[in-house]
Design a protein around this ligand. Sequence first.
Ligand code: ZN
Ligand code: ZN
Length: 290
Amino acid sequence: MKLEFLGSGGNSPIPTPTCRCEVCAEARTEGVPYARHGNSMYLHDLNALIDAPEYAFSSLNRAGIDRLEYVFLTHWHPDHVNGLRVVQSRDLRSFFRNPDRGLLDAASEDRPTLVTTRAVYERTCETLGSLRHFVEAAGFADTHFLDEEPLSVGDYEVSAIPYPLEDADTEPDATAFVIESGGRTLLIASDDARYLDESRLPGADLAVFECGLFEALPDGTPLLTDADRSFLADELRHEEVIERIERVDPERAVLTEIEHLYARGADEYARLEADYDSIRFAYDGLVVEL
Ligand SMILES: [Zn+2]
Ligand SMILES: [Zn+2]
């Protein structure tokens, strides 16, 4: 399995337009790995994009990816779905070269399949009004709901572990993915996974988790007010993610969803990484093989 991190950022890109903080200034002059697109990944063997932030078109181009068969959706938050217009990406060579071939025929062929749970799809349609039109009227994408049937492709098996975003007792409106192939297991729970039921997680060769919130600068200066902390109460803190990794005990873990508000540049994550055994921080373009 080959997993590529197309974007390792969070809600805002780094650099964030108009921000002149040190992290953004460094990203502006140095580019990657200091600069980060929003959180998305690409699983090469399945030609699968995992989440579609606003940067989906440019991230796929930047990575030189020329096939898109699946789009996995972890949850409906705008920073993970606002790039879903990427399901309109098509190879239009046959349309350009063949005068008998119409645009609609070309667009309805080779369409990608959205892979998620029915609840995440329905919730995404609420937040992104155009999605239902794309899928159900225009036919730009198919759907496959993992809560109804796991996805089997060749020797790949993809299943869902649904979880709620806001409260352990609410309807699951997000999902983790378990991707198995050739005796290897990839676990992806890349954002807002506080209420993910750890007892359901498999032993994984690689787990992708969120980086988790830093509430202070590296020198200890607090960043958040009490009001901020209560607003962000559903976010896992970085220390909690590390504790989760100790409990779940994957062979390796990569942390992504590295937010602008954490106020840390790539060098700082490299310093942190040196303290951990099998934990890495993602950067745009990181490729992990398992
Ligand atoms: Zn900034
Ligand atoms: Zn989210």
